[in-house]
Design a protein around this ligand. Structure first.
Ligand code: ATP
Ligand code: MG
Ligand code: MG
Length: 548
């Protein structure tokens, strides 16, 4: 039934709609902190929040959770907007938590007036030392029973900049013996004499995440505030803060954050990879950032498809990165034009070709699409084949070109048979001399059966390009089990191939264009390409390379 295919959040929403809650409105939000670039985990959250709004005719806000002036930057704001749009979503409203600083301050005053918040002079270290343990009650602050008047006065003076960083905080007055540690008089305001990327120097007190988040949701009329599991234990505080000031009460719902094998998924650690130059930037094609995936050749459709496939879980787990690769492979198999590219070229002289002879063949552009049309590929006296497609001393499982074994050239109905191996002084193979035999002639001649077809590029029909091959950035599947992730970095995650030979049809390729290099994988044109030389990125191999 339809019911069955609903995820647990959709169940909650549909029950709310049936019960007439929120007057039938569905309003979600995606609330990134602008302190880094978005990664594939955020993409999951974006697809979920925007997807629910679309499905239920609701709205979804983009809200920058910019309550920490120290780590935030407009560079990140811009990249986040670009990434959300690129994924194919458009927010109904764009807000900043800092838009609500005045309102949040008013709520703080209300809490103080109700006797539900107090100014505390303990240092952050003392506060955390006094918090107790889950089985042992915390110690109440000696400042806990300050009068409302004194608290109001101190809060005003905190706001007015009379105190230094760390000198005082505002704390909720809840329960120092609560089994939920987050309810043991949590900090609401900290003093930070820091410049904020939007509010400038207006504020020197900044609300904590817990203090600002629920109020921001409420102010925007959010109905379902979807967040990751680690916030489940914060939910009683989320509810408490909203109940105290009696405003619209969004429902916080937690789902399991996305973890992927072989992938780091923390903005802080991704920033370290960039800063410590383990990668070339946030958009390095090896990065799990949305900008990295985009540059790698991932499409928005593939990422959305992946998010849909993995579903919404209530329990933490780890998803095999092969599933992400599967989604892009499916997309590109359907949509990427085909081309022949020889990545590690071996020169082959076709001895029975005249010096200027050219034979032209038609090759289908995309066999997965009707009417994709054909392209021309041209064979002349010199062609290139992949070095690995020839072995001088093959074992019995090698079916490609060898001294005793001719091979078929793709799209050309032509076999080549080895006549001579030319080696240099060190004994390395420099070129092959082969005879080219049209397939009908070969078949008629009672020759050995052909067991393999290889790709090739004609010298007169070729362009040169750089091709960047990527492997996983890490060698360990579950990075949560690794203490120092730098020890798990894959030293061979990037391999740069120069002077690759590509069919000349690719000469007009534009940055971002994707192709299937036949027999090799999917590749896209990198932004480092110049008018003189194209640079391609490996997006994904043709087949699942798991276990290699
Ligand atoms: P990180 O831990 O990587 O720094 P974060 O949770 O601190 O991420 P935010 O900018 O606060 O990053 O996240 C914005 C939204 O994206 C939040 O609602 C958060 O729950 C969600 N999100 C972040 N990481 C993931 C993930 N791995 N899977 C699913 N959702 C995520
Ligand atoms: Mg965060
Ligand atoms: Mg975080």
């Amino acid at each position: 039934s339809i019911e069955k295919s609903l995820n647990f959040i959709e169940h909650i929403i549909e029950n709310d709609l049936k019960a007439g809650k929120n007057n039938g409105r569905v309003h979600t939000r995606f609330p990134p902190e602008p302190n880094g670039y978005l990664h594939i985990g955020h993409a999951k959250s974006i697809c979920l929040n925007f997807g629910l709004a679309q499905k239920y005719n609701g709205k979804c806000n983009l809200r920058f959770d910019d309550t920490n002036p120290i780590t935030e930057d407009t560079e990140y704001v811009e990249s986040i907007e670009a990434d959300v749009r690129w994924l194919g979503f458009q927010w109904d409203n764009k807000f900043y938590a800092s838009d609500y600083f005045d309102q949040i301050y008013q709520y703080a005053v209300q809490l103080v007036k109700k006797g539900k918040a107090y100014v505390c002079d303990l240092t952050p270290e003392e506060i955390s030392a006094n918090r107790g343990t889950p089985t042992k009650a915390g110690i109440e602050s000696p400042y806990r029973n300050r009068s409302i008047e004194e608290n109001l006065d101190l809060l005003t003076r905190m706001k007015n900049g009379e105190f230094k960083d760390g000198e005082k905080v505002l704390r909720a007055k809840i329960d120092m013996a609560s089994p939920n540690m987050h309810l043991r008089d949590p900090i609401l305001y900290r003093i930070r004499h820091a410049h904020h990327h939007r509010t400038g120097d207006k504020w020197c007190i900044y609300p904590t995440y817990d203090f600002a988040h629920g109020y921001s949701d409420s102010i925007e009329g959010i109905t379902h505030s979807i967040c990751t599991l680690e916030f489940e234990v914060h939910r009683p505080l989320y509810d408490w803060l909203i109940e105290q000031v009696e405003i619209h009460h969004p429902q916080q719902i937690e789902f399991a954050r996305l973890n992927l094998t072989y992938t780091l998924m923390s903005k802080r650690k991704l920033l370290e990879l960039v800063q410590n130059k383990h990668v070339k930037g946030w958009d390095d094609p090896r990065m799990p950032t949305i900008s990295g995936l985009r540059r790698r050749g991932y499409t928005p459709a593939a990422i959305r498809d992946f998010a849909e496939r993995i579903g919404v879980a209530k329990r933490d787990g780890i998803i095999d990165v092969a599933l992400l690769e599967f989604s892009i492979r499916e997309d590109l198999n359907k949509n990427a034009p085909r081309a022949m590219a020889v990545l590690e070229p071996l020169k082959v002289v076709l001895t029975n070709f005249e010096e200027n002879e050219v034979r032209e063949f038609e090759a289908v552009i995309n066999p997965e699409q009707e009417n994709s049309g054909t392209r021309k590929v041209k064979m002349s006296k010199v062609i290139y084949i992949e070095r690995e497609d020839f072995l001088e001393n093959p074992d019995k499982n090698f079916f490609r070109l060898s001294p005793a074994q001719p091979v078929r050239l793709k799209h050309a109905s032509t076999m080549i048979r080895l006549e001579k191996i030319v080696k240099n002084a060190e004994g390395a193979i420099e070129e092959l001399h082969c005879q080219a035999i049209p397939e009908p002639e070969y078949q008629a001649g009672g020759n050995p059966k052909i067991k393999a077809t290889i790709h090739w590029v004609g010298e007169k029909d070729s362009i040169e390009a750089e091709v960047r091959l990527y492997d996983r950035l890490f060698t360990v599947a579950d990075l949560s089990e690794v203490e120092d992730y730098t020890q798990a970095l894959n030293p061979d995650s990037l391999k740069v191939l120069k002077n690759c030979k590509l069919e000349s049809n690719l000469s007009n390729a534009k940055v971002g264009d994707s192709f299937q290099f036949e027999r090799k994988g999917y590749f896209c044109v990198d932004i480092d390409s110049t008018a003189k030389e194209l640079v391609f990125n490996l997006t994904v191999s043709l087949k699942d390379s798991k276990g290699k």
